[in-house]
Every structure is written in C-alpha cells, then in structure tokens.
Design a protein around this ligand. Structure first.
Ligand code: HEC
Ligand code: HEC
Length: 322
C-alpha cells in the first residue's frame, strides 16, 4: 500500500503517542511497585533495618587496615604476603631494581601501615589518577614505578610482572573498604606549609648533629634501610623524589623524626622552623641527579620548592646560592 504524505504524518503521530503512553505507564507502574513493596505488612522501622540506605554523610573513615596475619590462605594470600615482604625488605628482595640503600619502608614505615609516614592505605582506590608531574593519567603500576625511579633511584618493574602483581595485591588488601576516588583523610598529608619560613642551613646542621646524626650518620649515608636510612649521597633518594621537595621533607620529618627521643627532642616535637632548617640542610647536600628532570611538569606548574639538585638554579633554593 502506498502512503500519502498526509497519512504518513498521521501514523507518525499515532506511533509517537503510543510509545509515550507506554513509557508513561511503565514509569507509574514502577512507582506503584515501590509503594507496594514498602507496604507489604512491615513497619517502616523494620523496612529500614532490613534494607538500610547507605549513609552518604558518614565522612569519618577509620584507619583500620586489615592485618597481614588475617590475609587469606592460598595463592592470593601468598601474593599479598610476598608483596608486603618486597615493600618492607626491598633491598634484599629486589636488588636489581634498587639503585640506593633504601627500602620502600624506609619512608612508608611498617609496610605502609604507619599513619604518619606517607601511608599506603587507600592508594589502590586513588589510582589511576591525573598527575601534573607526569602530565598524564598514571596507573597504579606507574605510581609504584615512579617511586622505584625516584625514591629508590632504581629501575621500574615490568608492569605485568609477578612482582608487580604481588605488590598491588598487598596494597589492594590494605586498602580494603576504602572508597574508590573517595576522600581518604590521611592521603597526601606529608608536606607542611613552608610559606613565610626562611630556611637556615646552619641552624639545620645543628639540629641534624643533635637529633639525627646518631641514626643517619655524619655523612648522611645512614646505617641501614630500616634502622636509619640514607638522607643524601648515592645511598639516598634522587632529586626527582617527592622528598626532594623542601615542604615534603620538612613535613615528613616533623611528623616522624627523630624516631624516638634524641638530643632532647622527641618525635613530633620539632618546631616548624627546625623542621624546615634541618630539611634545607639535608637538601643542600649532594645527591644523585634524576636524569629525566626536564621531562617533569610538561605543562608547567613545577612546585617552587622542588630542588632537583643542590645546584638547581632556582631563586628559592636555599642551597643554590652557596
Ligand atoms: C624516599 C622516600 C620514599 C621511598 C623510599 C618510597 N616512597 Fe613511595 N612515596 C613517597 C612520598 C613522599 C610519597 C607521596 C606521599 C604524599 O604525598 O603524602 C609516596 C607515594 C607513594 C604512593 C602513592 C600513595 C597514594 O596514596 O597515592 C605509592 C603507591 C608508593 N609511594 C609506593 C612506593 C613503593 C612501592 C616504594 C618502593 C618500591 C616506595 N614507594 C618507596 C616516598 C617514598
Ligand atoms: C633513633 C634513630 C633515628 C633518629 C634519631 C632519626 N631517624 Fe630518621 N629514620 C629512622 C628510621 C628507622 C627510619 C625508617 C622509617 C621508620 O622506621 O620510621 C627513618 C627515616 C627517615 C627519613 C625517610 C627515609 C630517608 O632516608 O629519606 C627521613 C627523611 C628521616 N628519617 C629524617 C630524619 C631527621 C631529619 C632526623 C633528625 C631530626 C631523624 N631522621 C632522626 C631513624 C631515626
């Protein structure tokens, strides 16, 4: 049958009305079902208790990561335990990837479970993430390898290696129940505000001699990755590491050092000024250059306090004018 223009139009209108009424009735049916569901003999209280609405306003997240000894038996548990061992004892377990005398736990103390020492609880639910330093979205594997290349002054793991899988298994395990891309209150809390504090390297040296030297050695070379890791020189992190930032090193030190009381100062007792002074003293010493430093921050925005090298030309670098 041939349709005229007029009847085509009429069919189109009828079809439209039909579809519209179908959608409308579907919606109102759904509404009724919900109403019936809530009404099926249960009191409002019972309904709420049996099927609670997740509490969206609960902003307080407990720092209560699962313990290693509670990791499951079997292959996954084996990977989790192996991952922990590599993060704690990186020197011994992955010597070919480590270019200094540090372990991951030299900074991420207690296998990343120490709340004040750049904890790794929630790291797997925060990645992939966009980072201005890399100028792109980086994966969890990339994030781990950034610490290998910079903080460990070493080589990246093969992203698909068994070692990488084990590390991520462990980090995922300790991130159990963390919200994906959620606000995790202890993440990114290492840096302190350094605006308005003028670093004094000589005062920093005094603090160092008094409260740090016993564990980290007079020449900064340390006495072991888990007893007093290296703070400068070839045994330490290179200039591309996060701790090569004055705000980061000062903040980390103030929260965590000295480990126990030393020279009349206990952990957490350094003043802002003392923390900045001792960090400036440490960053004024020689350290390995991060070779790819000119590839960082491809779109600009390099923090002013990132001293890739003591000689790094920067007006704010307390050491560059020496
Ligand atoms: C010299 C110190 C140092 C060492 C050694 C180190 N890291 Fe880090 N790492 C840091 C700092 C500092 C941060 C940033 C923390 C912050 O912003 O508060 C970080 C961040 C991370 C993050 C991201 C955490 C998050 O929530 O986004 C991961 C994952 C990580 N490190 C893994 C490792 C692994 C694995 C190793 C060993 C191969 C390692 N790190 C060695 C200092 C270090
Ligand atoms: C009693 C020994 C001891 C004293 C004193 C001490 N540290 Fe540490 N430090 C450690 C240990 C052990 C670690 C490894 C991480 C951990 O276990 O908390 C560490 C880690 C560090 C790190 C991160 C790892 C690295 O190599 O970069 C920095 C930075 C640091 N200490 C700075 C200082 C400063 C600055 C002082 C003085 C204000 C100081 N420490 C005093 C024992 C000590």
């Amino acid at each position: 049958m041939l349709l005229t223009m007029k009847s085509k139009k009429a069919y189109a209108i009828i079809a439209f009305l039909l579809i519209f009424s179908l959608i409308f009735s579907a919606c109102s049916n759904q509404g009724e079902q919900t109403k019936n569901g809530a009404d099926d003999g249960k009191s409002a209280e019972e309904t709420a208790a049996n099927n609670p609405i997740p509490d969206a306003t609960n902003a307080i997240l407990q720092f209560n990561p699962p313990k290693l000894e509670d990791a499951p038996e079997g292959p996954l548990g084996d990977y989790i335990r192996w991952g922990y061992d590599m993060i704690q004892n990186t020197q011994e377990t992955l010597p070919e990837y480590v270019g200094n005398k540090l372990s991951c736990a030299s900074c991420h103390a207690d296998g990343g479970l120490n709340i004040s020492a750049s904890p790794l609880v929630g790291s797997t639910t925060a990645n992939p993430q966009y980072r201005p330093r890399e100028g792109t979205v980086i994966s969890m594997e990339d994030r781990i390898n950034e610490c290998f290349k910079r903080s460990m002054n070493g080589k990246p793991l093969d992203t698909n290696s068994e070692e990488m899988k084990a590390m991520i298994s462990y980090l995922s395990y300790i991130s159990t129940d963390m919200p994906v891309y959620g606000d995790i209150p202890w993440r990114g809390k290492s840096p302190m505000k350094i605006e308005g504090i003028t670093p004094n390297i000589e005062e920093g040296e005094k603090v160092y001699t008094q409260s740090c030297l016993a564990c980290h050695a007079a020449d900064g070379s340390g006495n072991g990755p888990l007893t007093g890791p290296a703070l400068w020189g070839e045994n330490s992190f290179n200039g591309g590491a996060g701790l090569a930032r004055l705000s980061m090193l000062a903040g980390y030190t103030q929260k965590n050092m000295p480990k126990g009381a030393m020279g009349g100062i206990a952990q957490g007792e350094l003043t802002d000024q003392q923390a900045v002074d001792v960090a400036a003293y440490i960053l004024s010493q020689a350290r390995t250059l991060y070779e790819d430093y000119d590839k960082d921050f491809p779109s600009g925005g390099m923090p002013k306090d990132w001293f890739y090298h003591p000689d790094h030309e920067h007006p704010d670098n307390p050491a560059s004018n020496k």
